[in-house]
Each structure stands twice: as structure tokens, then as C-alpha cells.
Design a protein around this ligand. Structure first.
Ligand code: NOJ
Length: 529
């Protein structure tokens, strides 16, 4: 690997892989490390710079591996530590980086730490989880809810106390107020950093510390009978507490013991809270993940406003990022439609900020319908009826037109839908496919430093056309995106070189404004000086 540039993550394009859904190598219907190793050529061909891998650790797999029973072992279903070391080595040999999911908030109830902790009130780990006696009425200590339904407190007969779980009953929360827990988790980070990983995506990083007075959460004023029950209280006393920020600062110090690593983080909540996850006097996350493009309504004024609100919400010195997919998120191609998925790809790869997308987004994967008897997501099983199922976007990658899309020779762990409709091989052959567009955009972002590093200059968007510019030194690039399915006149003055159209049917050529954008067309233009 080339000498490390400390801030490589500013120019990198991140690709999230849910390992279980990427490539199976042994016919058990689940993706694994040897399978991923077979697909590294694809990653290189696509042009991404870094992989974020969902948890690969030993786990009972009740929640896609986010229920971890050993933080420093590879789950046998995924392969071995030797496979893992090979992955790091081979990615680095290709100048690709690897970040792992770090899950500090909770363990599996099968973790040795929890076995010890639950065994009595006076063992060395008795204080490693959050234990409380019953509340006034003899029931749970307060009204806090699990995100996966019902009270967040579970009675433990042996200790005659409740333990707290933000998520599943089988995912007890660690007690981050305990310095021994922090140190143990920092050692977990060091274990992987020493093995060469380039950083982490911190899972649920906003909820590590809960109110020490255990104050009840208030009702959510926006809730109605369509609101999933876990969201009917506002998580004021469980999420985004001041003390959680100290934990992130300490995690960052661990990261900074090593050169050129990155700390990304899942931060729930609204855009206006994202800024403080970067830190101030002391740094916290390099990249608090920003889902504004997924949360916005897909129409010009809303997108323009959301982009603006996000840039305004982060400190001047902070580096932005944009996420358009993930293992918890509905597939965006379904929400906005295939033609606009191309426009979104152009937006993602021309905005200022590190782009993140989820394996399958580059071929426009849509949610796969899951018959009730095949539902696996605990969220849907426990809080059904509110459209929360995450299985549809976790359906395995479709590589080709062979049986099970080249993903497995066995029975895929989730249904795969119609693989003929959309798969990698088919789109590789088609020079105008969405996949081809992703490749061109990635290549363009690499070729034009103004796109990767330049400042963002807002323009006034009009008549369904989203407009902005990127500038670095004396290079200025103009982007115009038609967000509707009809042609639109794009008012701009001057002249330049058309670098790319989302339709991939126009060569580089001189262009003068104003321009007629075709339905669903976006253009990138390098302005003449
Ligand atoms: C956040 C992860 O992204 C999600 O998939 C998981 O269910 C929860 N954390 C609980 O670990």
C-alpha cells in the first residue's frame, strides 16, 4: 500500500457490504469472507476506495451480527481469522481500505462478560451492564422503550434486578459509565487496528450513555396510531446525552494512536444535531454519517433545502459526507424510481463530502418482497405492521443470470426476487446502465479534483432543476440535475465542456448555456475560464 495520507477518507468513496449478502463460497446460502475475496476484482473495477463491512464477529446472528458474543473472533459462518487477515492484505494490495463495524453499545447475551455479570451482584463484572431494581410499582425501573418493542428492561431472576437493552432482549447494553468497560472496548478497537483495519463505523454511537437519574422519557408530540410504538416516546433521556460525547472523544484518542485511520459513526437524529458529533475542543468522529439525501422529499426545493441545512449544521472545518443506502434503509431506487436513481448517483458523486453507498445501489436494486414465513428481521417480527422490515433491502447481491444470481449454489438466506431484472453482469455489458454510470462518475470524481475536494457553491435552483458548482483553484464545475420526468430548460450563462450526462449518450463536447435537459437528465459541465 502507498504511504498513508492521513486524510485519505476525504477523497475516498465508501462501499458498504453486508457480508452475509455479498458472495457465498460454501453453498450454505450466506455470504462469507472467502466469497468476498473472490469479488475483489469487482470492487477494483467499480472504482470504490474503501469497504465498510457489517459485523463479522462471533454472533448468534439474531440481528445481522449486531449481537456479538466475542468481539475479537470471526464467526465461523463467515470464515476464519486467516481469511480476515488475507482480506486486509489483498484489499491493501489493491489500494483499497477496510473499515469494520464497531458495536460498543451492547453485546449478545451469549457474551462471556454478560454470563459473568448476570451470575450475581458481586462478581468482578457485575457492573459491566446496566442493572437496576424494580420501579415504584414493582415493575421496570422506568418507562424507557426498546427500539425493537416493549419495555427496555428485562428481569433477571438470579440478581433480582432488571438489565437494560436498547435493542433486543438478547442485546444487553454495556455500562459505559464504568471505566473498565471503556478500557475493554478500547482494547477491542486496538486489536483490529493492529490487524491493519483502516477504521470503524461506530454502531449506535449516540446512545452509549443514558440518564443517570433514569428520568422517564416524555410522550412524542408527533406520534399517532401509525407511529411504531417504540417511537411514541421522545428518547430525551436515552439518546444523545452529553456524556456520550466524552466516550466518542476517548474512542477518537484510540484511533489517533494509529496513523491514518478513520472514525465514522451512526448518529440517529436530526440534521441540526449532527454538527456536535464532530467535536469542538476535542475531536470526536471524523464522519458522522449523514442520511439527509435519504430523508428528503425527492423534489428540487426540498433537496436544495436539505443540502443547505446539512452544510450549515456542520462546523466550518468539518468534512461532510453523504449516504444514500445502507442495511437499515429502504432502497432508494424504489423510493425515487430507476430514472431518478441515476440523477441521485450524479448528485452523490458530485457533492462536496465523502460518498457512501450500499452494495446493490450501483445496479439500482429494489426491495425484494419477503413472504411472511421467511421474515428474519427481528424489528419486523417484534414491531410488525409499520413497514419496518429491513429484509427487503438486505436481499443478496445479484451477480449474474445463473441460478441464485451467482450468489450461492445453495438456498439463499433471503429470497432474491427476479435476478433477470437487474444484475451486475447484465449491466456490465450495457454501456448505458446505471452500473456504467456509477463507474463513469467515480472515474470523473477521481479525475477532477474540484469534485473530490473543491468548495461547494450554492446556486439558485429553478423549475425542477437542482444547480450547484464546485470550485478548486481556477477550476469550476457546474452541475445541473433535472429532478422530473419531463424536459426542463436549465438557465445558465457562459460556456464550458460537457463532461458527463446521466444518459451516457453524449461525448465530451463544448456546451453553451442555457441548456435543455432531457427528462431525468443531469449534466456535469467544466466551465471555461
Ligand atoms: C444499528 C444497526 O445499524 C442495526 O442494524 C442494528 O439493528 C442496531 N444497531 C442494533 O445493533
Amino acid at each position: 500500500m502507498k504511504p498513508r495520507d492521513a486524510q485519505w477518507w476525504r477523497r475516498a468513496i465508501f462501499y458498504e457490504i453486508a457480508l452475509i449478502s455479498f458472495q457465498d463460497s460454501n453453498g450454505d446460502g450466506k455470504g462469507d469472507l472467502p466469497g468476498l475475496l473472490r469479488r475483489l476484482d469487482y470492487l477494483e473495477w467499480l472504482g470504490v476506495d474503501a469497504v465498510w463491512l457489517t459485523p463479522v464477529y462471533r454472533s448468534p446472528m439474531l440481528d445481522l451480527g449486531y449481537d456479538i458474543s466475542d468481539f475479537v473472533a470471526i464467526d465461523p459462518a463467515f470464515g476464519t481469522m486467516t481469511d480476515f487477515d488475507r482480506l486486509v492484505e489483498e484489499l491493501h494490495a489493491r489500494q483499497l481500505r477496510l473499515i469494520l463495524d464497531f458495536v460498543p453499545n451492547h453485546t449478545s447475551d451469549q457474551h462471556q462478560w454478560f454470563h459473568e455479570s448476570r451470575s450475581s451482584r458481586c462478581n468482578p463484572k457485575s457492573d459491566w451492564y446496566i442493572w437496576e431494581g424494580p420501579g415504584e410499582n414493582g415493575g421496570p425501573p422506568n418507562n424507557w422503550l426498546s427500539r425493537f418493542g416493549g419495555t427496555a428492561w428485562e428481569w433477571e431472576e438470579t440478581r433480582e434486578q432488571y438489565y437494560y437493552h436498547s435493542f433486543l432482549v438478547q442485546q444487553p447494553d454495556l455500562n459505559w459509565r464504568n471505566p473498565a468497560v471503556r478500557e475493554a472496548m478500547f482494547e477491542v478497537m486496538r486489536f483490529w487496528l493492529r490487524r491493519g483495519v483502516d477504521g470503524f463505523r461506530v454502531d449506535a454511537s449516540a446512545v452509549l450513555i443514558k440518564d443517570d437519574l433514569l428520568r422517564d422519557n416524555p410522550p412524542n408530540p408527533k406520534a399517532n396510531d401509525k407511529t411504531p410504538p417504540p417511537q411514541r416516546l421522545e428518547p430525551v433521556f436515552t439518546d444523545d446525552r452529553r456524556e456520550t460525547m466524552d466516550c466518542l472523544e476517548e474512542m477518537r484518542q484510540v484511533i489517533d494512536e494509529f496513523d491514518a485511520r478513520v472514525l465514522c459513526g451512526e448518529v440517529q437524529g436530526k440534521t441540526d444535531r449532527i454538527g456536535h458529533f464532530y467535536g469542538a475542543k476535542k475531536p470526536r468522529l471524523h464522519l458522522p454519517l449523514n442520511f439527509a439525501l435519504l430523508d428528503t422529499q425527492w423534489e428540487t426545493l426540498s433537496v436544495q433545502a436539505n443540502v443547505d441545512a446539512y452544510y450549515k449544521a456542520i462546523p466550518d472545518w468539518a468534512w461532510p459526507d453523504w449516504v444514500i443506502g445502507g442495511h437499515d434503509k429502504k432502497r432508494v431506487a424504489d423510493k425515487i424510481g430507476q430514472p431518478q436513481a441515476r440523477v441521485l448517483a450524479m448528485l452523490l458523486l458530485t457533492l462536496k463530502g465523502t460518498p457512501f453507498f450500499f452494495a446493490g445501489d450501483e445496479i439500482g436494486m429494489e426491495p425484494v418482497s419477503i413472504p411472511p414465513e421467511r421474515v428474519l428481521d427481528p424489528f419486523e417480527k417484534l414491531v410488525g405492521g409499520y413497514g419496518l422490515n429491513r429484509d427487503p433491502e438486505r436481499s443478496p447481491m445479484r451477480w449474474d443470470e445463473s441460478e441464485n444470481g451467482g450468489f450461492t449454489t445453495g438456498e439463499p438466506w433471503l429470497p432474491m426476487g427476479n435476478i433477470l431484472e437487474r444484475n451486475v453482469e447484465q449491466q456490465r455489458r450495457d454501456p448505458q446502465s446505471l452500473l456504467s454510470l456509477y463507474r463513469h462518475l467515480i472515474e470523473l470524481r477521481r479525475r477532477e479534483p474540484a469534485l473530490a475536494e473543491g468548495e461547494f457553491l450554492a446556486s439558485r435552483s429553478h423549475s425542477d432543476v437542482l444547480i450547484f458548482r464546485r470550485r478548486l483553484n481556477d477550476v469550476e464545475i457546474l452541475v445541473g440535475l433535472n429532478l422530473v420526468h419531463e424536459p426542463r430548460r436549465w438557465e445558465w450563462e457562459g460556456s464550458g465542456t460537457l463532461l458527463l450526462s446521466t444518459h451516457l449518450d453524449r461525448k465530451e463536447q463544448p456546451l453553451k448555456g442555457p441548456t435543455l435537459l432531457r427528462a431525468d437528465e443531469g449534466l456535469v459541465v467544466k466551465l471555461d475560464r
